[in-house]
Design a protein around this ligand. Sequence first.
Ligand SMILES: Cc1ncc(C[n+]2csc(CCOP(=O)(O)OP(=O)(O)O)c2C)c(N)n1
Ligand SMILES: [Mg+2]
Length: 326
Amino acid sequence: MTIPLPGRDHALRLLREMLRIRRFEERAAELYTLGKIRGFLHLYIGEEAVAVGAMQALTADDAIVATYREHGHALARGMPAGGLMAELYGKANGCSRGRGGSMHFFDVTRRFYGGYAIVGGGLPIAVGLALASRLQGRRDITACFFGDGAVAEGEFHESLNLAALWKLPVLFLCENNLYAMGTALARHQSQPDIAAKAAAYAIAADTVDGMDVLAVEAATRRAVDAVRGRNEPFLLEARTYRFRAHSMYDPELYRSKEEVEQWKLRDPIPTFAARLEDAGMLGASERGEIEREVALEIESAIAEAEAGPWEPVEDLAKDVYTPVRR
Ligand SMILES: Cc1ncc(C[n+]2csc(CCOP(=O)(O)OP(=O)(O)O)c2C)c(N)n1
Ligand SMILES: [Mg+2]
């Protein structure tokens, strides 16, 4: 079903948010090959519509938990690009003081609780956050993003079970990009329909086209209403695709070039931009202006990362051990 276009301001905001993520990561990939960024770097390119669409339905009070592929979620949540780029560089002005890198973005003031390297590791944290909120009598919900690979983990089942049993306000949002590293979903799941798994825990579920930002926003709004209104969890599965390798090193022997090219035809950014152009909401000069503004933001983020300090080596063990209080 094609969702009608929203007002022009909101539509352009969605486009801009997706572009910010795309351009941020394209530059990050270049900086990685230059050796400026090291360690793991998992790009979200191709999946931008999921984070951007979903984030529109959440308020600043809601908590977010994401995976190691979380650059897009952090940007869409409003974390400043400079602090994120500095974190990729490992600099002390990074959002996690340079100690986490790409997989561990964190910002407690924006209720962004990671960035998790452990597949499925964010799910029990999300359930705990929702439990804390319930115990404190708050109305916020926790949105937990995770990949299709996480449904193979015990934590997925344990988390869904407890969230349903205790009626906790968690939106489980599965970003099904069909692969967990090099393993296709159908090769590791007896039931590859992820949304169908929710029924085993008496959780309501829905699926959405993760390449369509408006569809994701609308489906997330319905899901969030269900979580807030009924005070119980919900599972939303967004069907999407990553255009790049799993991480920076991956010969991609598990999928064909044709398959990747087929999915690229559904790239969420040009398809949405084309819709806006057809509707007379976006002209060539405006598109150019948005691109220029986004490029400026990313270049200034890089400058901030370049200028940022390294943590002194004397601080190596700082915050690693908690002092024992006697
Ligand atoms: C518990 C655990 N097992 C294995 C790994 C190694 N690993 C890193 S990413 C990944 C694939 C996860 O795929 P998915 O959840 O679909 O997320 P995607 O990378 O597709 O976004 C695996 C197995 C890990 N990080 N944690
Ligand atoms: Mg996956």
